[in-house]
Design a protein around this ligand. Structure first.
Ligand SMILES: Nc1ncnc2c1ncn2[C@@H]1O[C@H](COP(=O)(O)OP(=O)(O)OP(=O)(O)O)[C@@H](O)[C@H]1O
Length: 339
C-alpha cells in the first residue's frame, strides 16, 4: 500500500468498503480568509470494511467531528470523496441523502439534546421510516421492535424523552439510528455524556447489535480505552491529519507515534504511580503545561515536544515524513527517547 504524500495514510483497503473516505479536505468559512487558514481536515483517507468498527481518536479540536459531519453531509467537503458501499454521496443534498442513503445513520453524543422533547418516542422512530417510504402500522411495529432490540419495552413508543434516563435516551437514539436497517453508523462520542456503568451497558449493546447485524461503525471518541473496547482498528487524528493507523491493540499497547503515546498517556488510569509515570511522559513530549506554551509559540505541534529539538522548526505544519505505509511522524520523532 502506498500512502499519499504528506500526512495522509490510508487505513486497510478492502475491495468493497462499507465506508470509503478519500483525500478529504474540509475548510470552514469561505473566501480569501478561509483559504489562508489551515484546513480543519487535511487530506484524510480511510476505509471501513463491512462489519468492522474503526475508532477515530484525537484530542479536542483535532477534527473528529468534522470528519463525522462530512461523512453525514452536514458539512460539505472542500475536496475529496465519501462513498457508502461504493455510492459517492459527497455532492448529494441532505434531502437526497435521507431518501437514498438508508445505509448511513448517526448516533450523537448528547442524548438530552438529540431527541425532540415535544415528540413521543414512537413519533421520533417512525419519522426516518416515513422518509424511506414505510408508514402506518408497519412503521409503528418496526418502532416497537426497534425499542425492544435496545432493551426497552415496545410500549415506550407512547412516552416522551423526559420520562427516560440518559442511558435509556441513548438506547432510544440507537434504536432511531438502526430502525431503517443501515449498514454504516457514525457514532459521535456516543457514551461520553454517560456515567461509567451506563457507558459499559451502551458499549455492550452497540457491540451486540454490530455483531448481530453486521454493522460497520465509525466510532468517534476521545478515550482510547472506549475505542479499544469496540473497535478493530484505530485512526489517530491530529490537527486534521492522520498520524497513525493500525489494529486497535497495537495502537493502544505499542503506539508508534509520539502523539499517540501522549494521547494514550492522557487516558485515565487507576494507579497513582502509573499516573505519575504517564504525566512525566507527557511532560517529556512537551504535552504538559511547559510544552503547550512552546507549541503555541512556534505553531509546530511536534518539534516543541521533542526534547532534542533545539533547532525549532518554524513551519506552520508539522515537518512530517513517511516512516512506513501506516505511519507519519516528525523528523525528530525517532530521536524521542523510548518511554
Ligand atoms: N463551524 C465551524 N466553523 C469554523 N471552525 C470550526 C467549526 N467547527 C469546527 N471548527 C474548527 O475545526 C477544527 C476541528 O474541530 P472539530 O470539532 O472537528 O474537532 P473535534 O476533534 O471533534 O473536537 P471535540 O473533541 O472538542 O469535539 C477546530 O479547529 C475547530 O475550531
Amino acid at each position: 500500500m502506498t500512502a499519499p504524500a504528506g500526512a495522509t495514510a490510508a487505513a486497510t483497503l478492502s475491495p468493497t468498503p462499507a465506508l470509503q473516505v478519500r483525500d478529504l479536505v474540509v475548510r470552514y468559512g469561505s473566501g480569501r480568509k478561509a483559504r489562508r487558514t489551515a484546513p480543519a481536515i487535511d487530506g484524510v483517507s480511510f476505509d471501513i470494511a463491512p462489519g468492522e468498527t474503526v475508532g477515530l481518536v484525537g484530542e479536542s479540536g483535532s477534527g473528529k467531528s468534522t470528519i463525522g459531519k462530512a461523512v453525514l453531509g452536514l458539512q460539505p467537503p472542500t475536496s475529496g470523496t465519501v462513498r457508502v458501499h461504493g455510492q459517492d454521496i459527497t455532492r448529494m443534498s441532505l434531502k437526497q441523502r435521507s431518501r437514498q442513503v438508508a445505509d448511513l445513520r448517526v448516533v450523537f453524543q448528547d442524548p438530552y439534546s438529540s431527541l425532540n422533547p415535544a415528540r413521543t418516542i414512537g413519533q421520533t422512530l417512525v419519522e426516518p421510516l416515513a422518509l424511506m417510504g414505510t408508514k402506518g402500522d408497519t412503521a409503528w411495529q418496526k418502532a416497537r421492535r426497534g425499542l425492544e432490540s435496545v432493551g426497552l419495552p415496545g410500549e415506550a413508543v407512547d412516552r416522551y424523552p423526559s420520562q427516560f434516563s440518559g442511558g435509556q435516551r441513548q438506547r432510544i437514539a440507537i434504536a432511531r439510528a438502526l430502525v431503517c436497517d443501515p449498514k454504516v453508523v457514525v457514532l459521535d462520542e456516543p457514551v461520553s455524556a454517560l456515567d461509567l456503568s451506563t457507558q459499559a451497558q451502551v458499549l455492550n449493546l452497540l457491540a451486540d447489535l454490530r455483531d448481530q447485524r453486521g454493522l460497520s461503525f465509525l466510532f468517534i471518541a476521545h478515550d482510547l480505552g472506549v475505542v479499544r473496547f469496540l473497535s478493530q482498528r484505530t485512526v489517530v487524528l491530529y490537527r486534521g491529519q492522520i498520524m497513525e493507523t493500525g489494529p486497535v491493540e497495537a495502537v493502544s499497547q505499542a503506539p508508534r507515534h509520539p502523539y499517540t503515546v501522549a494521547l494514550t498517556s492522557a487516558a485515565p488510569v487507576p494507579r497513582p504511580a502509573e499516573q505519575a509515570a504517564r504525566r512525566a511522559a507527557r511532560e517529556a513530549l512537551g504535552m504538559g503545561t511547559a510544552g503547550a506554551a512552546a507549541a503555541s509559540a512556534t505553531g509546530c505541534p511536534f518539534v516543541p515536544r521533542c526534547p532534542l529539538a533545539t533547532d525549532v522548526c518554524a513551519e506552520q505544519r508539522p515537518p512530517l515524513r513517511l516512516i512506513d505505509d501506516n505511519l507519519t511522524a516528525c523528523h525528530h520523532a525517532e530521536r524521542v527517547p523510548a518511554l
